[in-house]
Design a protein around this ligand. Structure first.
Ligand code: KIV
Length: 321
């Protein structure tokens, strides 16, 4: 029982608010069964009774994602790197949080994903895990922690699982990553693949342009996708490739594909949270839909605060002890 509601008489809306925030009973609080207990107040005992019948928090697993592909339900994935945003995103009902190595860009301000370390990824993943109650959490293996050989790859994956409580790892690459994927999967760790524009190889590609437009690269990508599936991946990210190619790959696989700049036919979509919330106003690639212009809201709020402080309007007497 959450501390905020223990031992209190509660309005239905307060119960809904607290349970939504904790993720314990998303959606079900407004069911007619609960309304009929009492239209105004819910006692602690009644609430305990209801909660005992709805004890399970439905957790998303890699099997859930497979079933979603089979039934045609699209998978919604976002990145997150800290406790507060992970809590918000999880409570809103996201299926998957990716603790992406894009943290290197959006959290640490690096130009590429290459500098972020395993220790830093572990720190971000630990924070995210403390904020979630139902979604699947996947953590990127950062550059340099799996490419050299499968022993190193397995050791890195084990550290992430052991030290963070995350549910799966993701790594970039096709045929060249297969041996490591097999070792990690046989240790019981679910692995998500990542093909197309793989940002850890940015200095090989030279640009962040769309990949696999040419037949040779598209052919290799199709082969790689099948290899990743055979190696035991439970899904894969397809980044910045033509929509027709992503559709073909998606239809050729049993496991789900999650697209970013890969069109509408993937089994799910992923965006970097900072991009979709419009925290960085300059980053506007074609594939991105901005659901908020948070940079403008934050700018206004901060300017307002500065003005209030300078003009001695904040804090007021009511805001003082
Ligand atoms: O690190 C990341 O955010 C990613 C997504 C772009 C798929 O790998």
């Amino acid at each position: 029982m959450p501390k905020a509601i223990e031992g209190r008489r509660l309005t239905l809306s307060k119960v809904a608010e607290v349970l939504e925030a904790t993720g314990i009973m998303r959606g079900s609080i407004t069911s007619p069964r609960i309304e009929c207990f009492t239209p105004h107040f819910l006692t602690f005992t009644t609430l305990k009774l209801i909660m005992s019948q709805h004890k399970e928090v439905k957790r998303i697993t890699t099997n859930t994602l497979l079933k979603m592909k089979q039934t045609g339900e699209k998978i919604a994935m976002l990145t997150a790197y800290d406790f507060s945003f992970a809590r918000l995103i999880d409570a809103a009902g996201i299926d998957v949080i990716l603790v992406g190595d894009s943290a290197s860009n959006v959290m640490a301000g690096h130009e590429t994903t290459l500098p972020i370390t395993l220790d830093q990824m572990i720190y971000h993943a630990q924070s995210v895990i403390r904020g979630i109650s139902h979604c699947l959490v996947i953590v990127d293996l950062p550059f340099g922690t799996y490419q050299s050989n499968s022993d190193v790859a397995l050791a890195s994956a084990v550290r992430i699982m052991k030290e963070t409580g995350a549910h799966a790892i993701k790594l970039e690459g096709g045929a060249e990553a297969v041996e490591s994927i097999k070792r990690i999967v046989s240790a019981g760790i679910p692995v998500m693949g990542h093909l197309g524009l793989t940002p850890q190889s940015i200095y090989k590609f030279g640009t962040y342009n769309v990949r696999a437009k040419e037949e040779a690269e598209a052919g290799k990508l199709k082969e790689d996708a099948l290899l990743l599936q055979e190696a035991g991946c439970f899904g894969m990210v397809l980044e910045k490739i033509p929509a027709t190619l992503a559709k073909e790959v998606t239809q050729s696989l049993i496991i789900p594909t999650i697209g970013i700049g890969a069109g509408a036919h993937c089994d799910g979509q992923v965006l970097v949270m900072h991009d979709m919330l419009g925290i960085n106003s300059e980053f506007k690639p074609r594939f991105l839909r901005q659901y908020l212009q948070l940079h403008a809201l934050i700018d206004t709020a901060v300017k307002h605060y500065i003005k209030d402080v300078k003009e001695k309007d904040f804090p007021s007497e009511k805001e003082s002890y």
